[in-house]
Design a protein around this ligand. Structure first.
Ligand SMILES: *[C@@H]1O[C@H](CO)[C@@H](O)[C@H](O)[C@H]1NC(C)=O
Ligand SMILES: *[C@@H]1O[C@H](CO)[C@@H](O)[C@H](O)[C@H]1NC(C)=O
Ligand SMILES: *[C@@H]1O[C@H](CO)[C@@H](O)[C@H](O)[C@H]1NC(C)=O
Ligand SMILES: *[C@@H]1O[C@H](CO)[C@@H](O)[C@H](O)[C@H]1NC(C)=O
Ligand SMILES: *[C@@H]1O[C@H](CO)[C@@H](O)[C@H](O)[C@H]1NC(C)=O
Ligand SMILES: [Cu+2]
Length: 161
């Protein structure tokens, strides 16, 4: 077994370890914690802003919108439409059923509103400030992960032969 091969397999193992680690670092955030996604309590229009300010969202995180009753989670593309609760915003995207998880795949602000009645105007809206921290890069695509695994196994195989 040459030093060269030992080095190669160590690098491969490191890549595998980092791949797992990156997956582990990505976090799920239930918007509003136990309160969930609803018209804010006590007319506190800054409820979700103060919730969001407690976290540093990273690419790879997932925002979970959990609700009971009649609500929606919809993403709008810009701050003006977020500020004005614009339900006819160009590019508005309805997210899905209660409990839906929205993977965050890019940095910058991500804007979500409820489109039911005046819920958004009453404060059922949240802006997530997402940063691309190098220590928590995007969760690798399964294909990339599988490819890395194959390469690693190959490198280890070569190193012991
Ligand atoms: C919320 O605001 C409405 C309208 O201003 C008011 O009638 C109501 O009492 C407020 N509720 C609370 C819990 O402060
Ligand atoms: C609403 O306000 C009341 C009275 O101030 C407080 O007891 C309650 O915890 C508040 N609810 C939430 C969800 O913050
Ligand atoms: C989602 O909401 C339901 C009903 O309020 C609650 O039982 C459940 O624990 C919530 N799930 C999360 C992840 O907060
Ligand atoms: C809402 O969005 C639509 C489509 O982008 C736009 O035409 C309209 O002016 C917006 N309304 C407000 C109040 O910003
Ligand atoms: C968004 O988050 C970044 C990194 O934490 C911070 O530097 C920036 O000031 C935030 N932007 C706003 C408008 O809060
Ligand atoms: Cu709502």
């Amino acid at each position: 077994m040459t030093n060269h091969r030992v080095g190669l397999s160590l690098i491969a193992l490191l890549i595998v370890a980092m791949t797992f680690l990156e997956g582990a670092i990505a976090a799920d955030y239930t918007v509003g914690d136990n309160y969930g996604w609803d018209v804010p309590p006590n007319n506190s229009s800054d409820f979700y802003a103060s919730w969001a300010s407690r976290f540093e969202f990273k690419i790879g995180d997932v925002a979970v919108f959990n609700w009971t009753g009649v609500h929606t989670a919809a993403q709008v593309t810009n701050k003006a439409d977020f500020d004005s609760c614009n339900k006819s915003s160009a590019g508005i995207r309805l997210i899905g059923e209660a409990g839906v998880g929205v993977p965050i795949t890019s940095e910058g602000f991500h804007y979500f509103i409820c489109t039911v009645d005046t819920h958004c105007e009453q404060g059922q809206k949240v802006a997530l400030n997402v940063t691309a921290d190098v220590s928590s890069a995007p969760v690798p695509h399964p294909t990339v992960f599988a490819f890395t695994m194959v390469l690693s196994v190959l490198a280890i195989f070569l190193s012991i032969h």
